[in-house]
Ligand binder design. Structure first.
Ligand code: EPU
Length: 421
């Protein structure tokens, strides 16, 4: 069993460099299946979700070559139907469902397993299906597989999404990139990774406009060509280290970020008496004084990101006063609160609302990473706590944080990865 062992109490100081954005990379990799040619992707995060997406493409016949640690060439000139092992890999991650959009766009048909991923309650895909059907595909969900078929090809459509969904926006964008005519998608998600996927597609010859606003327009093209594209920095990885230094105290220069993408996080930290200095492609986060309470409600971008909710909740556990955290995206994203209680946090959860009463200190304990971001929150809590914390189920954390142990050790944390029987 692998676990992180953390001896808390060290303030963080120094510099951390942020990797490529997970939620952009895991959509852009399947997007390469639309291209019959070589896509060179730079600034790839070194995380297991990326490795699995690349393994799936290889199982489908793609040639995948690492040029260096963070640059990979993907050649999808020849692809075949999924093998049993491709289906096995697909159920291990959520983002395998982007192959529905890209293979549908490429071949007019696609077959993927039902996606896996972190469990925060029901995760429907009705909006993806609504979009594919509007483009002319027939969708069949049975025996753990989703089959999409557009025998007479995909055509354009006007699609109004009932819910703002990152996944549906990206998936339908992939399918529409080579559909006949001009597709209009309304009430779409606006996260930085939506814009990144649109920029990737455009750099390969697609005609996508409006990404980052509520309406995306896609003029279908006959084919896409290869090229080189660099993935944006990870907003949530950066935000996680911002929260970490807020919790431990100290000062961190967080490099290779787009400060504009972090504003929703910066504003909350400033409310909590943390200093954040925005530089060109870095932020310096410093916490010397006492943390103060605030309220947080998660919302689609540019609102406060749900993927930062657990990390900021840990900081609020150490703030003076009572804070309220409202989860606006997922039904069941507070299960990690039980783990924090083991460390002495005082919290009460009622549905999608958590009330947090600040305490003077957290104490080390043995806690579980309930999912990726909850796991990151446990690491932060462990670094801020008195005594030793062990975090188990770290496979969730390693899905989305590259070199987390080394990055934190470099800035003064006492954390190590231990493997035991
Ligand atoms: N929803 C529907 N129908 C759909 C799709 C979504 O009702 O067809 C609902 C969901 O149930 C949820 C809301 O819409 O209540 C938003 O879901 P969304 O589709 O935006 O989420 P997702 O695409 O499944 C991605 C990230 C998540 C992140 C959310 C929200 C990936 C692989 N996952 O999920 O990231 O929380 O967007 O920003 O990109 C993480 O990185 O830790 C993570 C969980």
């Amino acid at each position: 069993m692998e676990k992180f062992v953390i001896r808390g109490g060290n303030p963080l100081s120094g510099e951390i460099s942020i990797g490529g954005a997970k939620n952009a990379a895991i959509a852009i990799i399947p997007a390469a299946a639309l291209v019959k040619g070589v896509c060179r992707l730079e600034n790839m995060p070194k995380i297991s979700d990326v490795r699995i997406q690349l393994d799936i493409l290889e199982e489908l016949g793609a040639k995948v070559t690492y040029v260096d640690e963070t640059t990979v060439d993907i050649d999808c000139t020849e692809l075949h139907d999924p093998t049993e092992s491709a289906y096995q890999l697909m159920c291990g991650i959520r983002a395998s469902y982007y192959l529905l959009g890209s293979l549908l766009g490429r071949n007019g048909k696609a077959s993927v397993s039902m996606p896996g991923g972190c469990d925060f309650g029901i995760r429907p895909i009705d909006q993806h299906i609504k979009g594919f059907e509007a483009l002319g595909a027939h969708i069949d969900v049975r025996n753990g597989k989703i089959e999409a078929d557009a025998t007479s090809g995909l055509h354009s459509a006007n699609i109004y999404f009932d819910t703002v969904s990152v996944g549906a926006t990206m998936n339908v964008m992939l399918a529409a990139a080579m559909a006949k005519g001009t597709t209009i998608m309304e009430n779409v998600a606006k996260e930085p990774h939506i814009v990144d996927l649109a920029n990737f597609l455009n750099s390969m010859g697609a005609k996508v406009s409006g990404a980052g606003t509520d309406v995306i327009k896609i003029k279908g093209v006959e084919s896409l060509h290869g090229g080189t594209y660099s993935i944006i920095p990870d907003q949530i990885e950066a935000g996680t280290y911002m929260a970490a230094v807020a919790a431990t105290g100290g000062s961190l220069l967080i490099k290779n970020v787009i400060p504009r993408h972090l504003e929703c996080i910066t504003n909350k930290l400033v409310d909590m008496n943390v200093e954040v200095e925005e530089l060109d492609d870095a932020v310096r986060v410093t916490r010397t004084g006492k943390l103060t309470k605030t309220n947080i409600k998660t919302l689609p971008y540019p609102g406060f990101p749900t993927d930062m909710q657990p990390q900021l909740a840990v900081v609020l556990c150490l703030a003076e006063g009572t804070s309220i955290v409202t989860e606006g995206i997922w039904d069941d994203r507070f299960r990690y609160m039980d783990e924090l209680k083991k460390m002495g946090a005082i919290t009460q959860v009622d549905g999608k609302v958590a009330i947090i009463e600040g305490v003077k200190r957290l104490n080390g304990a043995c806690v579980k990473a309930r999912d990726l971001r909850a796991g990151a929150a446990m690491v932060i809590a462990g670094m801020a706590a008195e005594g030793t914390t062990e975090v188990v189920d770290i496979k969730y954390i390693e899905r989305g944080y590259e070199d987390i142990v080394q990055k934190l050790r470099n800035v003064g944390a006492d954390i190590c990865r231990v493997c035991e029987d």
